[in-house]
Ligand binder design. Structure first.
Ligand code: BEZ
Length: 211
């Protein structure tokens, strides 16, 4: 069954390149990003894992743990890690789940049989400290993900969980945000002391509140 925004992220215990992990316990009070790869020793995946590992300090700043998965064994992941380091100039610095029996892939509906009935698609799940799914993304195997976009949506999700705002098209951290329509003008004056511009009654813009 598909995992949707607002669902509790399915829990599991699995072997990873950093030992056995119980997912919810491992997340603790952190945010988490679980992302799947079609297969070890494949070109696009090799570039993605190197890029996520390089960006780990950005995820750390956002109290967010990374965990990868593919339907190959932990032994295979460990051998592949040497190629990732050699070709991408960055060692893996987060766990990758060995999911040979596709238990986790099935739990998260990462296998799309009409795309390929054995490989996982490129799924991304952002999970909050409450263990609820905040975002899902699905890319075909042939398209590598964009790490900057994943950091951008993580920033938006973390901000909009905390304040009654949403983020407009192409928003980036630091840009103006939109006040939730449910907030009255009176309330907006106290909640957003930097002020706001009313373009339409339903479209009120304010500077990012935590900046
Ligand atoms: C890749 O990572 O390059 C890849 C993996 C599976 C299918 C297509 C591309």
């Amino acid at each position: 069954m598909a995992v949707r925004i607002g669902d509790v992220a399915p829990d599991f215990t699995a072997d990873t390149t950093e030992g056995t992990i119980n997912f919810h316990e491992w997340l603790g009070d952190s945010w988490g990003i679980l992302f799947s790869h079609p297969k070890d020793f494949t070109p696009v995946c090799t570039t993605e894992l190197g890029a996520f590992a390089k960006a780990k300090p950005e995820f750390d700043k956002r109290n967010t743990k990374l965990i990868g998965i593919s339907v190959d064994s932990v032994e295979s992941h460990k051998a592949w890690a040497k190629d990732i380091e050699e070709t991408q100039g960055q060692a893996l610095n987060f766990p990758v789940i060995g999911d040979e029996n596709r238990r986790v892939a099935d739990l998260y509906d990462m296998i799309h049989p009409n795309a390929n009935d054995t490989l996982t698609v490129r799924s991304v799940f952002i999970i909050g400290p409450d263990k609820k799914v905040k975002l899902t993304l699905t890319y075909p195997a042939s398209t590598g993900r964009n790490v900057a976009e994943i950091i951008r949506v993580l920033d938006s999700v973390q901000l909009t969980e905390k304040y009654s705002v949403s983020t407009p098209v192409d928003w980036n951290d630091g840009d103006d945000v939109i006040i939730a329509p449910a907030i009255s003008d009176e309330e907006a004056k106290t909640r957003f002391p930097k002020g706001f511009k009313t373009l339409k009654p339903y479209l009120r813009i304010t500077p990012q509140p935590n900046r």
